[in-house]
Design a protein around this ligand. Structure first.
Ligand code: CO
Ligand code: CO
Ligand code: CO
Length: 318
């Protein structure tokens, strides 16, 4: 964070200076803890599903660092004047189910009176200090694997506009509520140099974060990048979330598109994701195996979308 002076500490292995998915603090030579926190306002009318999505999203940064979630705490903003307490109960039940699925335990939390409902988790996880996966550790020739399709921002905008079908709403809710747990387990069986998860900055924003200061650029195939088909349809009708415009304005100077990438696809590559997939940088000769294992685990949208190349810190989309 610019302007703030953070005292140095030798046990902080990943801190604010490096701006990664989560902070990492060394406890001993073979154990470090990962800490992260995330909460937001509802992305669906279903309180139970909202709880699941917010929790899955909060765990994602632990998985992106290569870690294993251990404990979680609830963070709740609740408008008790306008909302029945049973709504909050369902939200927390949804979160609790994801905490259990992640193999973690709920150890506490805090609720405050708020104008609108907010929910999320603070999460602590374990990792071995020599296994930490940072964003910027790209290696030349490695392949980039994306584990969930893009388009949740567009679909959520279409849902709010009353345009999305019930079917699409269900598909996208399922996607957002899915933990990145299995993808992370498969990732750990391979030679992986870098990883992050795709959230608010969109694919191209997160790729910018990975490449900046890494001494590497990336080449991305738009055709190979998994996108929810209905998201392309709705984006073509102008259903773009504000975040997509912000991401484009902020990151476009780092991106060059080849002429045959159509405008709607470009928009989707900037679409902010809620609880998106992992973006994994894996040794090229293991990429095929990793994709097959992801498919076998039911992560059927996983795709090899491009590669890291030494040199200019640029994103080329072709
Ligand atoms: Co992240
Ligand atoms: Co986060
Ligand atoms: Co990481």
């Amino acid at each position: 964070m610019r302007g703030l002076e953070i005292p140095e500490n030798a046990n902080v292995l990943v801190g604010l200076g490096k701006a990664d998915d989560a902070g990492v603090y060394r406890i001993s030579d073979d154990l470090a803890i990962i800490q992260t926190v995330d909460f937001f306002t509802p992305v669906t009318d279903d309180p139970y599903l909202f709880g699941q999505i917010a929790a899955a999203n909060a765990f994602s940064d632990v998985y992106a660092m290569g870690g294993e979630p251990k404990t979680a705490m609830n963070l709740v903003g609740f408008p008790s004047e306008d909302m029945d307490i049973s709504v909050l109960r369902r939200v927390i039940e949804g979160g609790l189910d994801k905490i259990t699925e992640a193999g973690a335990v709920l150890v506490g939390g805090h609720t405050l009176e708020d104008a609108e409902l907010k929910y999320g988790l603070s999460v602590m996880g374990f990792i071995s200090p020599d296994k930490i996966l940072t964003k910027k550790n790209l290696e030349s020739g490695c392949r980039l694997i994306l584990t969930k399709p893009l388009g949740t921002g567009v679909i959520n905008t279409a849902i709010k506009g009353g345009l999305a079908s019930k079917e699409v709403e269900e598909t996208v809710s399922r996607l957002m509520a899915a933990l990145n747990k299995e993808a992370a387990e498969i990732m750990k069986r391979h030679t992986v140099c870098a990883c992050t998860d795709i959230t608010g900055f969109g694919l191209l924003g997160h790729l910018s974060e990975m490449t900046k200061g890494s001494g590497h650029g990336v080449r991305i195939s738009a055709d190979q990048t998994p996108i929810i088909p209905e998201a392309l349809e709705y984006a073509g009708m102008g259903m773009l979330p504000g975040g997509a415009f912000k991401n484009r304005a902020f990151y476009k100077s780092m991106v060059s598109f080849s002429r045959d990438v159509d405008p709607t696809t470009r928009d989707l590559l900037f679409d902010p994701q809620t609880s998106g997939g992992l973006l994994i940088c894996v040794k090229a000769d293991e990429a095929q195996d990793m994709i097959r294992e992801l498919m076998d685990a039911g992560i059927t949208d996983a795709a090899d979308i491009g590669e890291a190349v030494a040199g200019d810190e640029k994103i080329e989309v072709f």
